[in-house]
Design a protein around this ligand. Structure first.
Ligand code: ARG
Length: 250
């Protein structure tokens, strides 16, 4: 019995080495880009580790798909170009599946729904509840997001774009802009969960859009997309995603 245990242990150690040694070149390891400035979906904790709903979800997806995953923090501006250039295998970054993006990239099945919503300062004029009321006022978004597209539908509103949504919220709090339009979970995080902004910001009105997030792949990378879709479907079906919604999106 003891002998058996020892050889089992040796076997485990050997295979661990094999796996580690091969990881670099192995097709079983992938690099996933994420703009980790988007709490609670993907963001950095105080130790500069990438965490969030999407990371927990994808860790589980990768485990079920037999993939080792490295998350590569990547600026939003340029994150699609990097995928095209082959700098990484996929983007996991709360990317809304849009027709325009589908022309250039392939998407996984959707993993969550979100929509654009408006955030203002708690002390702002109570008549400011909709972008219709924002003629001549400025609204911040992260550049090249569906939030920016939404604000641009209102030509009288002054659109201000930022590299990171956190900078837009900073400007809102400091009175340099009048509103921020962003994905609902992110709006809720900054307006309701953030200790720095508690009581200072509020969400107004209803979501402007209904959007689905997907993981993004290079066009034609069907093998990886299908592998991930299968695992993603299973974490949706068995309630894992629902658990993560409870954990991260209150
Ligand atoms: N859902 C929006 C879009 O796809 C914003 C995503 C931004 N994601 C991020 N991690 N900064 O345009």
């Amino acid at each position: 019995m003891r002998k058996l245990l020892v050889s089992a242990a040796i076997l485990m150690i050997c295979s661990a080495f094999l796996f580690a040694g091969g990881a670099e070149e192995s097709t079983n390891s992938i690099v996933v880009a994420t703009d980790a400035t988007w709490p609670p979906m993907e963001f950095m904790n105080d130790n500069s580790e990438v965490i969030g709903f999407a990371i927990d979800m994808f860790d589980e997806v990768a485990a079920r798909a037999g993939l080792e995953v490295e998350y590569l923090p990547t600026a939003w501006d340029g994150i699609f170009a990097g995928l095209s250039n082959g700098a990484y295998d996929a983007i996991l970054s709360s990317v809304t599946i849009t027709e325009e993006r589908q022309e250039k990239y392939d998407f996984s099945i959707p993993y969550i729904n979100a929509g654009q919503i408006l955030v203002v300062r708690s002390d702002s004029d109570s008549s400011l509840t909709h972008l219709d009321d924002f003629a001549g006022l400025s609204v911040g978004t992260q550049i090249a997001t569906t939030g920016e597209l939404e604000v641009k539908k209102y030509p009288d509103v002054v659109s201000k774009t930022y590299d990171e949504i956190g900078f837009a919220f900073e400007d809102l709090v400091n009175g340099r802009i009048d509103g921020v339009m962003t994905d609902t979970p992110v709006a809720a995080d900054f307006a309701l969960q953030s200790s720095a902004y508690e009581g200072v910001l509020k969400i107004v009105g209803e979501p402007y859009t209904s959007e689905s997030y997907g993981i993004v792949f290079q066009k034609g990378n069907d093998e990886l997309r299908e592998t991930i879709n299968t695992a993603l479907q299973s974490v949706i079906d068995d309630g894992t995603v629902e658990e993560l919604i409870k954990k991260w999106l209150r």
